[in-house]
Design a protein around this ligand. Structure first.
Ligand code: HEM
Length: 174
């Protein structure tokens, strides 16, 4: 009987030790320097930007800068697709923007908004206005100390949306 109890106690101790080791991450003796290097090489742009919270802060700053720029006409007054910056619309826009950037940079987000052509249809957005918003994005990234390499990677992604967002020349000046 004493032996059986001892056996049970020992079994539990072994199980406990195994649990602890799992929770502790890499077992002792692992070359942590190599691991760090591997992790850095594999880090997505999303992670290097600082994840969802950092992206949300950049989007907040971007929206503030874009809204204050009357020449940009972010709300597209006078076009076929005027947008009302109500608190609800702004909140949806920010959510979709964070999802969009998250998804495009390797984050876990799933973009739930419309595709870029549908979202900007009838807004008569020109190349100059696109560049102006990209300039505000750069200022927002600078305000949040995003390094140059990450900025350039994000600009490359943003650039892929230009042809869907900018209206064809014959309709932009209408
Ligand atoms: C720089 C590249 C741009 C990107 C990546 C981008 C991305 C987006 C995204 C993800 C949405 C949300 C769509 C949805 O909720 O279904 C959106 C909506 C919108 N965008 Fe852009 N956009 C860009 C440029 C612009 C520019 C240059 C303007 C105006 C000057 C603009 C004005 C708007 C407006 C007003 C909305 C709200 C539309 C609505 O909810 O009905 N965007 N954009």
């Amino acid at each position: 009987m004493r032996h059986r109890m001892l056996g049970v106690a020992l079994g539990m101790a072994v199980a406990l030790a195994a649990c602890e080791q799992q929770g502790e991450g890499p077992a002792e003796g692992t070359d942590t320097l190599d691991q760090t290097a591997d992790t850095a090489a594999a880090a997505t742009l999303y992670d290097r930007l600082g994840g969802e919270a950092a992206i949300a802060s950049v989007v907040d700053t971007l929206v503030a800068l874009a809204s204050a720029d009357t020449e940009l006409n972010f709300t597209r007054q006078g076009t076929a697709n005027e947008w009302e910056a109500t608190p609800e619309n702004v909140a949806i826009f920010k959510t979709h923007m964070v999802q969009f950037v998250g998804q495009a940079t390797g984050g876990p987000q799933v973009y739930e908004g419309r595709d870029m052509a549908a979202a900007h249809a009838g807004m008569q957005i020109t190349d100059e206005e696109f560049d102006r918003l990209a300039g505000h994005l750069e200022a927002a990234l600078d305000a949040h100390d995003v390094p140059e390499a990450e900025k350039q990677e994000l600009f490359a992604i943003v650039e892929t949306t230009r042809s869907a967002i900018v209206a064809p020349a014959d309709t932009a000046a209408m």
